[in-house]
Design a protein. Sequence first.
Length: 187
Amino acid sequence: MAKIVFPGTRIFPIVFITLCALLATPEVFGQKFGYVTTEYILSKMPEYQEAQAEVQQLATQWQSEIQGMQQEVDAMRSELKAEEVLLTAEMRRERNEAIQEKEQMLKEYQQKVFGFEGLHQLKKQELVKPILDQVFEAIEKVSEENKLQIMFDKSADLVMLYTNPIHDYTDYVLDELGLGEREDTIR
């Protein structure tokens, strides 16, 4: 009986071994990941603390201006109430219109300062964004150096029920920013 040999049957073991070797790479089994705690990183940055203090100081100043405006409106109301019996209907109407106008100005100012895209938000973005960009650049560099595909932020809304400290790259990012401490032993 003659044995039938198919062409390429000698190549099959070589192809099989090559495919197994390719499939054994870490990228196939899973992605390498890590995490950082940006709250901790930012707490170590003096420029972030200064920016936060400046934003808070401005917010306090704006809030006191708003309170002053509110006190003016309240004083106008009290004055109207005290003099109401002495005023004509036309005078009462004029004063009520003045109070409503002042209240509208107050609301507009509050919106201008503390609204969605108000002065407070814009100032915060102006002062804090460059610092956050610096942190994110450092995170990106650390991720690339350590060949990480995914980097999580432990201080964000992402809930991490368990984290192995071996995957914590916070100190690497601090080192990249020049804020690392020599006595750190997390690594």
